[in-house]
Write a protein that binds this ligand. Sequence first.
Ligand SMILES: Nc1ncnc2c1ncn2[C@@H]1O[C@H](COP(=O)(O)OP(=O)(O)OP(=O)(O)O)[C@@H](O)[C@H]1O
Ligand SMILES: [Mg+2]
Length: 498
Amino acid sequence: MSQDLILEIRGICKSFPGVEVFDCFDFDLRRGEVHCVCGENGAGKSTLIKMLSGAHTPDDGDIYFDGKKVEISNPRAALEMGIQTIYQEHTLYPDLNVMENLFTGKELEKGMFLNKSAMFKKTKEILEYLHSEISPYDIVSRLGSGGQKTVEIARGLVQESKVIILDEPTAAFSQPEIQNLLEIVRKLAKTGISIIYISHHLKELFQIADRVTVIRDGIRVNTYEDVSKVTEEQLMKDMVGRDISAFYKRESVPVSEEVLFEARNIVGSGVNDVSFKVHGSELLGVAGMVGSGRTELAALLFGLDQADSGEIWIRGKKIDIKSPVNAIKNKMALITEDRQSTGLFLDHTIDKNIPIAKYSKTATALALPKEDVKLSKKYVDSLQIATPSVFQKVMYLSGGNQQKVVLGKWFATDADIYIFDEPTRGIDVGTKEEIYKIMVDLLKKGKCIIMISSDMPELVALSDRVLVMRKGEKAADLQKKDISEENILKYSIGGGTV
Ligand SMILES: Nc1ncnc2c1ncn2[C@@H]1O[C@H](COP(=O)(O)OP(=O)(O)OP(=O)(O)O)[C@@H](O)[C@H]1O
Ligand SMILES: [Mg+2]
């Protein structure tokens, strides 16, 4: 093993029942480098890092760490070696404060007592180093996504990690949070810490990577030594195995005269006096910063949360939506951003998840297993869900493939009004196009879509109009000709109203 490598894996094999993820896979990490890893949903990215964090053990092959052959048989062994993994889901103790989280299991002691002042000092030092305004006494559950990720990194620093692995860290981040994290990552690398960084956002990779490795179906397609010499198109081609444009051009569908859905003066938790109309065959994009009230608005429209005042009109009739059951009866569908807690039954198979939303409309849950399997197969094919069969439990699918099951479940209903909250979060570039095509098919059938998204190119390419939210209020209702990344950003962060 060469001196400049901190980590090397050679000839790794890993299978799960019915799925061979890796067959003789090689990968290495240099000291003080940021090595980015990208690939389609189900390519094997998370499995790779789980073998390094001790969550999975390889079936065969060797791992070398700091010059020695090692076995990483459990997460504790990884941490003791100095490998810290930051997963997409938070792993902090939500009710404890920042300092307690940083030192759990590694408390500093003074005689028989905890040395609180030393721990406080160290926590403060690290937070300052990370340019964070978080205080050591802040309770973790009150911090936003970006704040919690910063605390996890701080924990890695307290534990004096040599390798920090980040698996899709920015999925739920706002733009400033993303920039802050990228700066932190670069700074850590400068101090000699080695970073493995996984993301579907290729733009992030170009900002921070020393090297980029692309994985497709468990095979290392390419490792680029110099990111400045590779294009986004090339990476996408490596990921999906065909030429694919970075710019999606949507087929246009004539918008009907009829107002299908209307919200009038909606006021409720996090939302202040929002009104808008959506016509048949129209896709209304909803933009705004994280925390601008977009998800709260969706919850009010769908009856998940009660509005203090305001009206909802569907096809010219005023409708009382007191709960999601009312919403579904009125042919509405909400695809939430949080797939794990609200979207799926993880312990059930794909063919038990996809047909669920379809049944919830009927009074009796009249299951037709053959039909269910057929329907599920249709969506496994069209959304390219990587799975051995429709009888696989959803918990065994990769993150992005779980998201596809959520989408399939709602595409399979016969709704007229679709609300999507971050529909393609965690979805790879190749599949995004398939999802967009299915959305356009819904529009062709005269349905309407309200799409909350933080993905600017997606908003610009798909929307007929864009509602921009800011601080719970409508900041702009952009017509097709005015939709651009610049305009959306301008109204998201401040400015007049259109
Ligand atoms: N515990 C498990 N049991 C069975 N199959 C699994 C298990 N974990 C992962 N897999 C399968 O291994 C393959 C690789 O999954 P992995 O989670 O590594 O993908 P990924 O590249 O991280 O994808 P994503 O971008 O969607 O997060 C997938 O086909 C997945 O279904
Ligand atoms: Mg993953």
